[in-house]
Ligand binder design. Sequence first.
Ligand code: 3SL
Length: 275
Amino acid sequence: MAKERKKYLHVCLTPALIDQFDIKGAIVVVIDVLRATTSMCVAFSNGAKKIVPVAEIEECRTYKEKGFLIAGERKGEQIPDFDFGNSPFSFMNKQVEGANIAMTTTNGTKAIQMAKERGARDVVVGAFPNISLLCKWLIEQNENVCLLCSGWQDHPNIEDTIFAGAVARELSNHFYYYQDSALMADMLYFIANIRKKYFMKNSSHYNRLIHLNLQKEVKYCLRWNTHEVLPVLIGDALYDVSNREGDFYEIKSTILKEQYGAVSNHKLKSESLKE
Ligand code: 3SL
């Protein structure tokens, strides 16, 4: 019997490069370590029902009338009149339990939308709090993977690249590195492990957040495996699929049925079996 080919692992260092990769049918992991994808993990771990990632502020605001809590940040600061900004600590809150949340951030939510629009099979959220569970799930899926670093306004950044490198290292026995960017991320992670403080302290977004007096948040975002959650985009919202019963396609179909109600089976099939 022919040996099955290993799947590819891409690392896309910034959303500006996304069209260099064929992500149709692949799993895209959106990474925004400081702080969007970390905050999403925290929100789910505190019981959020779903999170709708929205690129623009105005669109996010419209969700308030639909009974959602709205969260958003620009330049690191909470958007006035929103319920939350983008602090992981703000989602450690009773209000979050069972809540529907709409969220807009400078880079993270935009990257999620971009991956979806380009026909990814699945879009999943990655950050240090859920790194091990994420890697385990990616290995089980046996599908091409693209690690999409949100970066900062279309520029690569150190923290997302280091995280991509940590994931790449963990997956390296199971996947082919597709481009040098995967190897670059892997090497940066290796070097950063030796000089952790040097890399973080010289990163632009670290310094942006430190100027906003957010040292504690940065420290929190860099802790590994603090939240066993796996937020996956299903239809228009992220759901934590980590503790749902059944196989992944069953979970997707159930959630899509909830979203679309009695819409045609055809629609359901085309969404849930997108491969
Ligand atoms: O860019 C983003 O999506 C945010 O995570 C940036 S911030 O950390 O909230 O400034």
